[in-house]
Design a binder for this molecule. Structure first.
Ligand SMILES: [Fe+2]
Ligand SMILES: [Fe+2]
Length: 209
């Protein structure tokens, strides 16, 4: 049974206490849908990291980075983020600044560099077609490649402003087609071949060995 986001609040508050910044205060500035999305991406990325064999400390960094991957959106005009129709080119450019803004916010608050790096690179693509740098392959930090995959899968399975959620089968088909393009093929194989998953439209996807 997965822990719901409401049960996660106290844990987040505890994690943030004793640090020189409050991640809780930062996180609650995101709108509710984005918070839910970030929470699910954190859960999924953590499961991927465990299946990959990351050490406990690395998984903690990965989960925290995934939880904050879209934190830069607090600096973006909310009317753009909640626009019910497709964005214009200039609006898209604004939204595409969120990885850099998020990384900057995290660094300024004194958070670990590795988390900032993951936030910065979560929209890079394995074939070099992503942003903000157009990094490719192993030049993209591993944690960022994991967050990219978890992020995309969650986005496909959730309803967006202007589109309905995909079915799990369609999402899996798209992820397979984008293996080696948007996504690290090793991670796609891990997700789709080596792991089993439970999917419930209300609860989202949960990886099970
Ligand atoms: Fe993002
Ligand atoms: Fe995201």
């Amino acid at each position: 049974m997965k822990m719901g986001i409401d049960a996660f609040w106290p844990e987040l508050a505890v994690r943030s206490s004793g640090q020189n910044f409050s991640v809780y205060e930062l996180f609650i500035q995101l709108d509710n849908d984005t918070r839910q999305h970030c929470y699910r991406v954190s859960q999924l990325a953590g499961q991927l990291g465990r299946a990959f064999g990351l050490e406990t400390h690395e998984i903690s960094l990965l989960e925290t980075a995934a939880l904050f991957h879209d934190i830069g959106k607090i600096a973006i005009d909310k009317t753009i983020l909640s626009k019910p129709t497709l964005l214009t080119a200039s609006e898209r450019e604004m939204v595409r600044l969120h990885p850099e803004m998020g990384a900057q916010i995290w660094l300024e608050l004194g958070g670990p560099y590795s988390i900032s790096e993951t936030i910065l690179c979560h929209h890079e693509a394995f074939d070099g077609s992503g942003y903000p740098f157009g990094l490719a392959g192993d030049d993209i930090p591993l944690h960022a490649r994991m967050v990219t995959l978890a992020d995309a899968l969650d986005a496909m399975l959730s309803s967006r402003n202007y589109s309905a959620p995909l079915t799990i089968d369609d999402a899996i088909r798209i992820i397979s087609n984008l293996s080696g393009k948007q996504f690290d093929p090793l991670l796609v194989d891990l997700l789709l071949i080596e792991l089993e998953y439970d999917y419930d439209p209300a609860e989202g996807i949960e990886l099970v060995r």
